[in-house]
Design a protein around this ligand. Structure first.
Ligand SMILES: [Zn+2]
Length: 567
């Protein structure tokens, strides 16, 4: 009798996780964490960690599966093991990865399928604030599940725009996880928005050119073809995430190099292969979860087979990063080059809208088609920079320093006050939006003028040597024209303001003397009066023109404070 009770009790405590995705239900935050705790209790090959906080005040969890039960981020790679990191519910309205990861983890543990050479890390729910904000309405275009979380986090940030700027506590915590474990793969699980078509799973894949040359061939000829063909062989033919060139997929898709605000643009800065799995919003919830499970299994299988090559190539890529001299800051899609891909679509048709009276688009699911369509996945380099030997960053910019430290960027501090000569940028043009984007008035169209300057720095200011694995991160954050630079994200905005001004009635005499003593200036001034109608009518503008050219004007107005030092 007693043994029966023990068996019954242990079955209850260790029973299979009661996932209900076949009933169109995804677990709550509490359920998911309870089940990961249950797996941690039940299996010595699994461990649930917490890492720092999130904006809602709850800790971020990381669930690690490792066949050797060591869970040591510092030693696994030297033993020939790779790591796959899976991030779920960054967009909590798209929770298929939450269910998929639980089933994937339980299957590996219960059925003893953990490869000896791959560690798996799972973030059960990244945007915890959004997961807790559960509702059944905010995914207007999505087919289930019954309830789900909300896209914004506790600060209403979209965390899949927060990787490089790291505003949220969530992002700070995941950055610690990322650098402590240094995964080979980082998979962010999502559900699509946009067009209708037959494919259940799509993927935003790493672009070969987002990696050093030593990895480009591997990504292009081994990794991506293997993932696409494996997904097809298990019944989920996959295509790149559907970003149509025009309004429907028929005329082709566009695919570029993700910028580091996204997980799949951030992870390549450290030679990690970043993927975004995107299950299709109109498929049943069960199909979305199952296709996500299939994707996770296929990445695991690929890693298991290729771990030695992955470790060796990433090591070479890291070495290359230390000595790479030229870096591309911006990319353009090449609209003249494309590959053809097989696509399973639905006929796009148009009819008159009963709401607006205008012509409206609909996809006719009774008319499925399969044909080849162009994928515009070639890019050309835009702005490029040569790396300096050092960047000098004044200690005043503490938020920037905090982020460099989070990303393991090595730097020294000046031991004494020192005048340093190097290149600096004046910010000449900057576009400002009228509404904020993810908590910032993100600058566009940044124009700079590079000048040579000698500048006083002080004991404690940072010297950042550009011979480190983190070089690409430093370039992408400190070069103001980079797509997601800290300048662009407003970390340096106070330099855009003028601090001192003048009173016109006092400055009149100075201005008069300037024109008497400087014939060239007088010529320039008079030409502007003659040719610029607004200027000619504006006394203050005319005085300001001369003030800007006087010794009274602040010399460092719009001077970007980070110096590039070239030895
Ligand atoms: Zn998403």
């Amino acid at each position: 009798m007693r043994s029966i009770i023990i068996i019954l009790l242990s079955t209850l405590l260790t029973g299979q996780i009661p996932l209900k995705y076949h009933e169109n239900i995804t677990p709550t935050y509490e359920e998911a964490i309870t089940w990961y705790k249950q797996l941690d209790n039940e299996y010595k090959t699994a461990k649930l960690f917490t890492y720092g906080l999130t904006d809602i005040g709850k800790p971020l969890h990381l669930f690690v599966i490792s066949s050797d039960k060591k869970f040591d981020p510092n030693t696994y790679r030297s033993k020939g093991e790779c790591m796959i990191m899976i991030n779920n519910a960054i967009h909590p309205g798209e929770p298929c990865g939450v269910d998929a990861s639980l089933e994937f983890a339980e299957d590996l543990l219960r059925n003893n399928k953990i490869p000896e050479n791959v560690i798996i890390g799972i973030i059960p729910a990244y945007n915890i604030g959004g997961v807790l904000n559960r509702n059944s309405t905010t995914r207007a275009n999505q087919n289930g599940p019954e309830d789900y979380g909300f896209r914004g986090n506790a600060r209403n940030l979209d965390l899949n725009r927060d990787f490089i700027k790291t505003d949220s506590e969530n992002a700070k915590s995941i950055t610690k996880i990322f650098h402590e474990w240094n995964p080979d793969f980082f998979i962010d699980t999502h559900t699509t928005n946009g067009a209708d078509y037959q494919h259940i799973m799509t993927m935003i894949s790493p672009h070969p050119l987002n990696f050093p040359p030593v990895l480009q061939d591997f990504v292009k000829t081994e990794l991506l073809p293997s993932l696409y063909s494996s997904m097809e062989s298990v019944g989920f033919p996959m295509v790149p995430y559907v970003t149509p060139v025009k309004d429907i997929p028929d005329s082709g898709l566009r695919s570029g190099i993700s910028s580091p605000r996204y997980s799949n643009g951030y992870s390549p800065l450290f030679n990690t292969f970043g993927f975004i799995s995107e299950a299709h919003m109109f498929k049943t919830y069960a199909e979305r979860v199952e296709s996500t499970i299939a994707f996770l299994k296929i990445v695991l299988n690929f890693t298991k087979k290729n771990s030695e090559e992955i470790i060796a190539l990433r090591q070479k890529a890291n070495d290359y990063l230390k000595s790479q001299t030229e870096f591309t800051l911006t990319w353009e899609t090449d609209t003249t080059r494309f590959d053809l891909i097989n696509f399973n679509g639905y006929e796009a048709e148009y009819k008159t809208s009963k709401v607006t009276g205008f012509e409206r688009l609909y996809y006719n699911r009774n008319k499925p088609w399969t044909k080849q369509i162009p994928l515009f996945n070639y890019v050309t380099a835009g702005i490029q920079v040569t790396k300096p030997d050092y960047y000098v960053l004044p200690q005043a910019w503490g938020e920037v320093i905090e982020r460099l430290e989070l990303n393991n960027i090595e730097f020294n501090r000046l031991s004494k006050d020192t005048v340093i000569t190097g290149e600096m940028y004046f910010i000449k043009d900057v576009g400002n939006p009228e509404v904020p984007f993810n908590g910032h008035f993100v600058h566009s169209k940044i124009g700079v003028e590079k000048v040579s300057k000698s500048k006083q720095f002080y004991a404690g200011d940072l010297l950042i040597p550009m011979n480190q694995v983190g070089n690409r991160y430093v370039i992408e954050t400190l070069e103001p024209q980079a797509r997601d630079s800290f300048f662009r994200w407003n970390f340096f905005d106070s330099i855009l303001e003028q601090r001192e001004y003048f009173s016109p009635y006092v400055f009149e005499e100075t201005a008069e003397k300037m024109l008497i003593n400087d014939a060239e200036l007088k010529k320039e001034f008079e030409a502007k009066q003659a040719n610029d109608e607004d200027f000619a009518k504006d006394a203050r503008a005319q005085l300001y023109f001369l003030y800007q050219r006087s010794p009274n004007f602040e010399a460092d107005y719009r001077l970007y404070p980070v110096m590039r030092v070239i030895n």
